[in-house]
Design a protein around this ligand. Structure first.
Ligand code: SF4
Ligand code: SF4
Length: 115
């Protein structure tokens, strides 16, 4: 699998993403399991409007990486989810969600929905 040059992007592709019911539950469980100081620190970070609520500005990475949604895992590797910094990493195959979306993370689901 090609390695995307994400370091230094500072969450450029981390915007509102659709999530499924099972992802919502998994993220909630993960966030609730975070040590409170780390969770509060992540929540309190200032972000650009439109940046994902879980993007970790301080560490330049996803703040819920082990529990991130499938669309985030697939990003950059499919022809309908092309990374503009490394378009050659996208395969000819289109990505499709396995389950219907229940809403959009950062728009329909915000920090209070994960506490
Ligand atoms: S997938 Fe592409 S745009 Fe997104 S952080 Fe990685 S290199 Fe940057
Ligand atoms: S869940 Fe993580 S990888 Fe997905 S958009 Fe948010 S910060 Fe980025």
């Amino acid at each position: 699998m090609p390695q995307l040059p994400c370091q230094g992007c500072r969450g450029m592709c981390c915007g509102p993403v659709p999530i499924t019911e099972s992802e919502l539950k998994r993220i909630r469980k993960y966030v609730r399991g975070m040590p409170l100081p780390a969770r509060s620190k992540l929540e309190g970070q200032l972000r650009f409007f439109g940046t994902c609520i879980f993007y970790d500005q301080d560490q330049d990475k996803c703040g819920i990486h082990p529990a991130r949604p499938a669309v985030c895992r697939a990003f950059g590797l499919h022809r309908n989810l092309v990374c503009f910094r490394m378009p050659e990493a996208a395969s000819g195959e289109a990505w499709a969600a396995g389950e219907p979306s229940v809403g959009v993370l950062s728009a329909d689901f915000v920090w209070n929905d994960f506490k």
